[in-house]
Design a protein around this ligand. Sequence first.
Ligand SMILES: [Zn+2]
Length: 303
Amino acid sequence: MIAMLQELRDRQLEQWPMACANYERLGETLRRSFDAGPLHGAFQYNPARIVSTSAKVDKESIGKRPCFLCAANRPTEQLSEEILPGWEFLINPFPIFPLHFTIAASTHRPQDEIPLEMASMAERLRGMTVFFNGARAGASAPDHLHCQAVATFELPLMRYLEEGGDPALLPFRVDYRVITPDLAGMAALNEISSVAGVDRLTGEEDPRLVNAYFWIGADGLLRAAVVRRSAHRPSCYPGGEAVEAESSKSLMVSPGAIDMAGVVVLPRREDFDAISDSDIRLIYSEVALAPVISQTAVSDEGK
Ligand SMILES: [Zn+2]
């Protein structure tokens, strides 16, 4: 399957100059590592991502633009492969990694809840993580159901979880399950795909405030992780959502699933130069729920 995808990407790069230029420019991106607790992540300076980072995702702006995931409006150069019935595999023309795909529903319907088909996609895309940005958690097309896929080794959060890292030590809450191929696994899958974030301004649960990830681990078992978000953009985002702990810096960071998985994309060079480990910890705390203290940690504290 991966060979088919590489072939799709290579064919696209031959035929689509804009996408080709953006993949070539990946070689010019800069990287710098950071630590947010046990999450050893990286900042990525990637000027081509300005389109996604600064995308207007309010209802009015979305209503005014033609949907770029509908087949009728896609660039004529963009090819698609059906990965599952009703789902089309497309190259992402604004990549963060050398293998970066968008998987769009064939029909125009909203990005309302985590599609369970992601489990089957992960099964077919071994070596890759299939992930989902909820409509209020980084999706730049909240009106058209879609997910994305990148190589699992690129995502520090997935590596940490698979190596047996404790989710409770992460800088934000991550619900994580290994899905066994039995009834218990089915129940866990249902449970994890129905979790919701909590809006930090209203305190209300919202299933659109999530980032979800599915992948097959080295042991062949399906894994699912969900980050429960509390806001889309942090206080440092220019004109971003108002939150209590106002950051003094102005940083164009608009976290989606990849940023929450430990690769934080900065389309402006000055932000890449200025952002610190404490900035990213503050950003994480502003846009996602706090981690749940594990039972062992609680009982240790009580001693
Ligand atoms: Zn559409």
